[in-house]
Design a protein around this ligand. Structure first.
Ligand code: PGA
Length: 248
């Protein structure tokens, strides 16, 4: 049976002080659920938050990772550096990276590989824009995003990865995919992986991201192929993030 997972993506929000109090607030409200819980925080707060979470079951992640191991790559943070601060997860290919910072399917695949080489679990974000959905391109876009990773990392690599389905049109917009719309794509992703490796697909955690909130999380998480969520805006408040987590 797949374990559920809820991941907060703080994006570029907060201050050094608010980041620490948010992490503490989440830890204080944790129940004894078996579902995993993690926060992906701004790079510059990782060291602080690593201290805050160290005796808890709240896992830590980054919002990106470099596509190279080391060297003259100004402004980048390597997977090796992240491991020094107990980062267990790294988002790769978030739509905001793809849209605003030029991350391509190829560079996302390289980031995914760099994370795995250091035993960091990449959370591979995939999803279509509104225009692509309206043109019936959703599955074709997802195929390309997945294939870029499968081609370089292999299907077996998904034993140590998480996928987040993020319909770009639902991110930060308040629009949420309906439970059925989300399930349809999650099922598609699982079947796509299953066609290459059934066992890997059955164990793969596929998270939903895109305006998941305390009042819609339960319905989304009840869908058979939705194993949890990647939560942006609603993860910036401990109470709402915990409510989403408790909906698992
Ligand atoms: P949102 O962001 O929940 O604010 O829509 C989701 C994400 O981008 O991870």
């Amino acid at each position: 049976m797949r374990q559920s997972l809820v991941v907060g993506n703080w994006k570029m929000n907060g201050t050094r002080a608010s980041a620490q109090s948010l992490a503490k607030g989440i830890i204080a409200g944790l129940n004894d659920s078996e579902a995993g819980i993690a926060i992906c925080v701004p790079y510059i707060y990782i060291a602080d938050i690593a201290e805050v979470v160290k005796d808890s079951r709240l896992a830590l992640g980054s919002q990106n990772v470099a596509d190279k191991a080391s060297g003259a790559f100004t402004g980048e943070i390597s997977a090796t550096m992240l491991t020094e601060f107990s980062c267990q997860y790294a988002l790769v290919g978030h739509s905001e990276r793809r849209t605003f910072y030029g991350d391509t399917n190829e560079s996302v695949a390289a980031r995914y590989c760099q994370a795995q080489e250091q035993k960091i679990i990449p959370i591979l974000c995939v999803g279509e824009t509104l225009e692509q959905r309206e043109q019936d391109q959703t599955f074709a876009v997802i195929n390309e995003q997945l294939d870029a990773v499968i081609d370089v990392a292999g299907i077996a690599s998904f034993a140590n990865a998480v996928i987040a389905y993020e319909p770009v049109w639902a991110i930060g917009t308040g629009k949420t995919a309906s439970d059925e719309q989300a399930q349809e794509v999650h099922q598609y992703i699982r079947q796509y992986i299953a066609a290459k490796d059934q066992a890997i697909a059955e164990n793969l955690q596929i998270l939903y991201g895109g305006s998941a909130k305390p009042d819609n999380a339960k319905g989304l998480f009840a869908m058979p192929d939705i194993d949890g969520g990647l939560i942006g805006g609603a993860s910036l408040d401990a109470e709402s993030f915990l409510k989403i987590y408790q909906s698992i």
